[in-house]
Design a protein around this ligand. Structure first.
Ligand code: GDP
Length: 296
């Protein structure tokens, strides 16, 4: 994961802190400046970087009577906690309930990895024994149904779609009804994307959400778009009730930090990370262990 560079830079700053004979305000400022530069370089939203910096500083000043060793620990602990805060939210993700029909709708721009991620998500739960199905309500992108069909067949998951129907709302409604009757535990609805946020996409998303009444709406965010992640996530959040976020393509050359800001933009937790094109390149997300792994 390219975010590794961010982790390396932060751990290098921690090392510097550990090796310094005296930790005074100047050194603290320098170290925080280095960490902020590393976060900005990784595309983390500017506002959160400056918040992180001032929160750490405030905490250290407040507890400044701590001795040398404690001060080192205090600074590192505060940085780690601020990083965890950056990628987490108080809002809990929707918890799927087995034996109940869970309807999950996926939204995101074209190319974000939505169709691939629907399949990964379906595969993840199917392997755990959930009765899972996919509905292709993407009538905008030519070949979307074929792609979902192929993906679904590869992981042996039932799917619903219609080559002749142009109304995504109708397909979504019919597909969900069908699998509901057949008592599926998990019905995943893949929706259309567009190249950019636009009214037609948002109208369609709202209409699909109305007819399928999803238990959760998952926003798919491509980590490659860097700083633009924040605005994109916010725009989607203003239209539909996003409950969770999945960040894709964290295996590529993306710096990834921008996508981490999607938590604040949507006030929704990240639930999985996509780390490759294969259907098992998919990891559940936990803020604490993500930060621990980041810092090695
Ligand atoms: P959609 O238009 O949003 O449905 O996007 P697709 O699912 O078709 O994905 C667009 C491209 O991104 C495809 O070539 C996928 O194989 C690729 N892709 C999706 N997720 C990942 C990921 O986590 N890592 C990598 N490297 N590629 C991905």
């Amino acid at each position: 994961m390219v975010l590794g560079e961010l982790g390396q830079r932060i751990t290098a700053s921690f090392r510097r802190l550990n090796q310094a004979p005296i930790i005074d305000d100047d050194l603290l400022d320098e170290v925080l400046k280095e960490i902020a530069a590393a976060l900005l370089h990784a595309d983390v939203n500017v506002r959160y970087v400056s918040e992180l910096r001032s929160n750490v500083k405030k905490r250290v000043l407040l507890e400044s009577d701590a001795s040398g060793v404690n001060k080192r620990k205090l600074i590192q602990k505060a940085v780690v906690e601020e990083l965890v805060r950056l990628v987490s939210t108080d809002r809990k993700p929707y918890k799927l309930e087995k034996g109940k029909c869970n309807i999950i709708m996926f939204v995101g721009l074209q190319g974000s990895g939505k169709t691939t991620t629907c399949t990964k998500y379906a595969h993840h739960y199917n392997r755990k024994g959930w009765k899972t199905a996919l509905v292709c309500a993407d009538t905008f992108r030519a070949g979307a149904f074929d792609q979902l069909k192929q993906n679904a067949s590869k992981v042996r998951i039932p799917f619903y779609g219609d080559y002749n129907e142009t109304d995504p709302v109708k397909i979504a409604e019919e597909g969900v009804e069908l699998f509901k009757k057949e008592k599926y535990d998990l019905i995943i609805v893949d929706t259309s994307g567009r190249h950019k946020q636009e009214a037609a996409l948002f109208d369609e998303m709202q209409q699909v959400a109305e007819v399928v009444a999803p238990n959760d709406i998952i926003f798919i965010m491509d980590s490659h778009i860097g700083q633009a992640c924040f605005d994109q996530a916010k725009a989607f959040r203003e239209v539909v009730d996003i409950g969770s976020v999945i960040i894709t393509k964290l295996d590529g050359h993306a710096k990834g930090g921008g996508a981490l800001s999607a938590v604040s933009a949507t006030n929704s937790p990240i639930i999985f990370l996509g780390t490759g094109e294969h259907f098992d390149e998919f990891q559940p997300f936990d803020a604490q262990s993500f930060v621990s792994r980041l810092l090695g």
